[in-house]
Design a protein around this ligand. Structure first.
Ligand SMILES: Nc1ncnc2c1ncn2[C@@H]1O[C@H](COP(=O)(O)OP(=O)(O)O)[C@@H](O)[C@H]1O
Ligand SMILES: [Mg+2]
Length: 237
């Protein structure tokens, strides 16, 4: 594998169900993502976008093919090793923010660091710093129910990126937001990603967001239909 490659799949296949009910959802996906690349995945509903993202994120198993993430052949890892690998290498953002309702924004953002056994004080300081980058310092001590949808999504992005993962995977993160909130969320995510050379894979229905990424892969019925460069500079300014 090329040293600059961070995600590589070869003939990746995912089948849900068995026998007559078997549904082949990914029909042999072969793709490679460069370290630090910001990539969008588009395609109609049901095309297999979330399935592919969940495989890359080590959240689900697959039937055949190869998947190498950050130099690791993840099909060889045990369940425990996989969850540790995920915690250290991958940050997730989902369409609905999945923040823990009982905890404040600050506590939610600090959580991945606490799971890694980083000291409470350091976790807190790091969380405060990243929350301030999203312009939410004054909301840090509020619980999700006291925040707007846009604020919750920014906190969810902060949580995904706080541990400085090599890869951030975002599955329609702006699906529940208006276009103004969408744009500021994505600009914040991409700016931090470029600063830390994070690889970002974002599933989106928005052509505007896709055009902010360097490359767009379009899935159709479990296969890659197109893979195009968008002419966005990886290192603006
Ligand atoms: N857990 C599951 N069990 C069975 N079928 C599933 C499951 N998850 C997704 N599917 C099916 O797989 C196909 C692709 O789903 P998905 O990856 O969620 O598509 P997308 O994110 O592109 O809308 C769909 O036909 C969906 O119904
Ligand atoms: Mg989906």
């Amino acid at each position: 594998m090329d040293a600059t490659s961070i995600i590589r799949t070869e003939n990746l296949e995912k089948i849900y169900g068995q026998g007559r009910n078997a549904l082949r959802v990914l029909k042999g996906i072969t793709m490679e993502v460069r370290r630090g690349e910001i990539l969008s995945i588009m395609g109609p509903s049901g095309a297999g976008k979330s399935t592919l993202l969940n495989l890359i994120g080590c959240l689900d198993s697959f039937q055949s093919g190869t998947l190498v993430v950050d130099g690791m052949d993840v099909s060889r890892l045990s369940v425990d090793a996989l969850s540790d690998f995920r915690n250290r290498h991958i940050g997730f953002v989902f369409q609905l923010h999945n923040l823990l309702p009982e905890f404040t924004a600050l506590e939610n953002v600090a959580m991945p660091l606490l799971i890694r056994r980083i000291s409470a004080q350091r976790a807190r300081e790091t969380a405060i710093e990243i929350i301030s980058k999203f312009g939410l310092s004054d909301r840090a001590h509020h619980k999700p129910a006291e925040l707007s949808g846009g604020e919750c999504q920014r906190i969810a992005v902060a949580r995904a990126i706080v541990g400085n993962p090599h890869i951030v995977l975002a599955d329609e993160p702006t699906g529940s937001l208006d276009s103004e909130n969408s744009k500021s969320l994505i600009e914040g995510l991409f700016a931090l990603g470029r600063e830390h050379k994070t690889t970002i894979v974002i599933v989106t229905h928005s052509h505007e967001i896709a055009s902010m990424t360097e490359r767009t892969i379009t899935l159709f019925d479990g296969e890659i239909r197109s893979d195009t460069k968008n002419g966005v500079s990886a290192q603006p300014k």
